[in-house]
Design a protein around this ligand. Structure first.
Ligand code: PLP
Length: 366
């Protein structure tokens, strides 16, 4: 395997790492791409032994993501599988502080564990740094600060360096869900985070054809704890899914640059449209949330009326999608009924705006 950010003799930039990391060594007749290894077992007495403990296709993916995030990666069956793997590290009776607008699945996983008496959680406004620090200080059993930045779908941005420093002063571990920012826009490990989490289903894989998750860490003991738990729980990705995700990551920088350029343009145009009362865009990335005039019913009309933009949940694919988030019962009540989350793809920006503008015009006739 080749190319890593930590190779001080030739520090490679992220776009180069996305293309080169995790490839087989360049030897005569070596394949360019790590092959898909379909194996439930291996000849005994080697390093792998059994399919649940390791797989060369996972190793290629983990090397590539580890190089991009600046740590050691582990692949999981889905983003939620990675979420539950992190929560599994929290000791019985401990506390977790988490964003009130974190991905609904993460908040639901916390609620599930809380309802079974495993831990307690406090949901916070992750942009109110002082309040987050106060909540952590008040709970002497707090063991984990959960950060998602930007949040899904409110697109709030957390002050990572301050939160991480404060958490560590209180001996609290920090996980950052980096799904929206991707390793190309934010490297939380460099700010001192203990664990980075990805729903690889989204931007990393990028083609709406895979479910996969990942964690990235620097600390050897945390890596071992997670790897040992993964061996025990069997919370592992399929080799084919892993290969597809790695293939998607080869173009992450190109896809993200293009989608982000369009997202910035659309965010500006949406600000001007009379049907839109609020645009939420953190200034980077490919997700834009808008709140439309007329609330839930108007938002339902909007998602029904676009032709190019597909009405679908999930995000981060090459094709543009949109969704009214409050259609999900589990979405936080503080998310406006009329909030529509746009996942900007890589189609022509003018075509995307033409389609969106036509649908917006229909919900706010002159
Ligand atoms: N984290 C974030 C920010 C997400 O948006 C999602 C899914 O939408 C997840 C985690 C869960 O990932 P998955 O759907 O791959 O299980």
């Amino acid at each position: 395997m080749s190319a890593s950010r930590s190779d001080a003799s030739s520090p490679l930039r992220p776009a180069t790492l996305a293309v080169t990391a995790g490839r087989p060594a360049k030897e005569p007749d070596a394949p360019f791409n790590a092959p898909i290894t379909m194996a439930s077992t291996y000849v005994a007495t080697g390093d792998l032994e059994y399919g649940r403990y390791g797989n060369p296709t996972w190793s290629a993916f983990e090397e590539a993501l580890g190089a991009l995030e600046g740590g050691r990666a582990l692949g999981y069956a889905s983003g939620m599988a990675a979420v539950t793997a992190v929560l599994d590290l929290v000791g019985l009776g401990s506390g977790v502080v988490a964003p009130q607008h974190a991905y609904t699945g993460s908040v639901m996983a916390l609620g599930d564990l809380e309802s079974r008496g495993r831990l307690h959680s406090t949901l916070v406004d992750i942009t109110d740094t002082d309040a987050v620090i106060a909540r952590m200080s008040e709970d002497e059993d707090c063991a984990l600060l959960w950060v998602e930045s930007p949040t899904n779908p409110a697109l709030e941005v957390a002050d990572l360096p301050r939160l991480i420093e404060a958490a560590h002063e209180l001996s609290i571990r920090v996980v950052v869900d980096n799904t929206f920012a991707t390793p190309l826009r934010q490297n939380p490990l460099e700010s001192g985070a203990d664990i980075v989490l990805h729903s690889a289903t989204k931007f990393l894989a990028g083609h709406s054809d895979v479910q996969m998750g990942a964690l990235v860490v620097r600390d050897e003991a945390v890596h071992k704890a997670l790897k040992d738990r993964r061996d025990l729980t069997g919370n592992t990705p399929g080799p084919f899914e892993t290969w597809l995700t790695l293939r998607g990551m080869r173009t992450l920088h190109v896809r993200l640059d293009r989608a982000e350029e369009t997202a910035k343009d659309l965010a500006d145009r949406l600000e001007q449209h009379r049907a839109v009362t609020e645009v939420r865009y953190p200034g980077f990335g490919a997700i834009v949330s808008v709140v439309v005039e007329g609330g839930g019913p108007a938002a339902d009309l909007l998602v029904r009326d676009t032709r190019l933009w597909a009405h679908a949940t999930s995000l981060g694919g090459v094709e543009s999608t949109l969704e009214r988030r409050r259609r999900w019962k589990a979405e936080a009540a503080t998310i406006p009924e009329g909030l529509v989350r746009l996942s900007v793809g890589i189609e022509d920006a003018t075509d995307l705006w033409t389609d969106l503008e036509r649908a917006l015009d229909r919900i706010a006739p002159r």
